[in-house]
Write a protein that binds this ligand. Structure first.
Ligand code: SAH
Length: 246
């Protein structure tokens, strides 16, 4: 028998509280402690039992409130103290959520864990904007990319692969919107390629701005975070598929 509690690396969905899965809801209800991020809807905490401890380790888009090492240690310490530890994150833990890193840290120390997949913003936020990431005859694939790296001198993004006509979803990239759109034009994408920036998707504050690679920056640069953007012909489908922010 392990002396540690069990850690549930739990995806909270994109923002709309009803996008929490039944399984995640059960984990939250059973938790002795919930360690949560800025992007997890805090109303979810209302489901926790009396006496549950809440630890906020909020992450901003471009700077982290707590360094990842410290977050790992907070989770580990919680597992030393409590039986059921819920690590609650926006979207899904594996999509730029560092769920893997946290679990490796726990694994190295003999702490058991489970992954509770969540509904990732990368697909569901475009869906709330009426933009399908794939559509027959328009886009046969989509990729989800970090826009955070884009500005760094030695970007890890293999830009040459991005000439694709298929859909590209950028997370954590609003502060680099100008650089990324220019880069996409530079590598050969048509400057008229449609792009949508979606801010606070799936919440009552959702805002969607549609433009082209050439003109989106001026229109969308001041949108509040969290925001993602989606590039490709699928964006045009919003004209017919818009529903949530009609
Ligand atoms: N693990 C998360 C993503 C973490 S990265 C997931 O699967 O959804 C954080 C980025 O996700 C933000 O910078 C933003 O680009 C995007 N994001 C998360 N929630 C969002 C929302 N409600 N609306 C728009 N973008 C969102």
């Amino acid at each position: 028998m392990s002396n540690f509690g069990r850690v549930f690396l739990t995806g909270a969905g994109p923002g709309d509280i009803e996008m929490l899965t039944l399984k995640a809801l059960r984990i939250v209800k059973e938790a002795d402690v919930v360690i949560y991020d800025r992007l997890a809807n805090p109303d979810i905490l209302d489901f926790a039992k009396d006496g549950c401890e809440f630890i906020y380790v909020g992450k901003e888009d471009s700077h982290h409130t707590l360094p990842q090492e410290e977050i790992n240690e907070v989770i580990y310490q919680a597992a030393c103290k409590y039986k059921n530890v819920c690590r609650l994150k926006g979207g899904d833990s594996f999509v730029f959520g560092r769920g893997g890193e946290e679990a490796i840290y726990l694994n190295d120390r003999g702490v058991e864990f489970e992954f509770i997949p969540g509904i990732t913003s990368s697909i569901s936020v475009p869906e709330y904007a009426g933009i399908p990431v794939t559509h027959r005859g328009i886009s046969v694939s989509f990729r989800v990319v970090t826009g955070h790296e884009a500005a760094k001198g030695k970007s890890q993004i293999p830009w040459d692969n991005y000439k694709t006509d298929d859909t590209i979803v950028f997370l954590m990239g609003l502060h680099n919107l100008d650089k990324i759109t220019k880069k996409l034009i530079e590598i050969g994408k048509n400057k008229e390629t449609p792009i949508a920036v979606i801010s606070r998707g799936s919440t009552k504050d959702q805002k969607v701005v549609v433009g082209t690679l050439e003109n989106i920056y001026e229109q969308a640069k001041d949108l509040p975070t969290p925001s993602l953007f989606i590039v490709g012909e699928v964006v045009k489908l919003r004209e017919q598929l818009k529903w949530f922010d009609k």
